[in-house]
Design a protein around this ligand. Structure first.
Ligand SMILES: [Zn+2]
Length: 129
């Protein structure tokens, strides 16, 4: 299947909102970075990108928790995107490690994988991802 057909199909897919925000399709740099990770970090990255992880939103969707609220701020659903972009409890660490107090979701997809993993490890959230 030609790449442009795959890209059109990707854009037309319903659902997978979390993945569609964080994954920039056909990005050679991102693919190279991911493939250079060890197995453990690649696993964390895939869970982060898909939202299928131990954070509250996914556990709530699986009916394993009563709430999807962020355990740090209790203001929004706890997703990898929330932690990376907007959790107020992580503002200082986000500024120090990712360069911004608040990050737009569109900017998050351009972050290098190693920076995202470093940030998540600093928040201890990677153990739930
Ligand atoms: Zn939060």
């Amino acid at each position: 299947m030609p790449i442009h057909h795959t890209l059109i199909r990707w854009r037309q897919l319903q659902g997978m909102n979390h993945s569609r925000v964080l994954i920039k399709p056909f990005n050679k740099r991102a693919a190279s970075e991911a493939l250079a990770l060890n197995r453990k970090n690649l696993c964390i990255l895939v869970r982060l990108l898909t939202g299928h992880c131990g954070l509250s939103r996914h556990m709530f969707n699986l009916k394993l928790q009563d709430t999807d609220l962020c355990r740090l701020c209790k203001e929004a659903a706890e997703t990898p995107l929330h932690l990376i972009c907007s959790c107020p409890a992580l503002m200082h660490k986000r500024s120090t490690l990712l360069g911004k107090h608040i990050m737009q979701p569109e900017d998050a997809k351009f972050l290098p994988a190693r920076k995202v993993l470093l940030f998540l490890k600093a928040t201890n959230a990677c153990w739930d991802i």
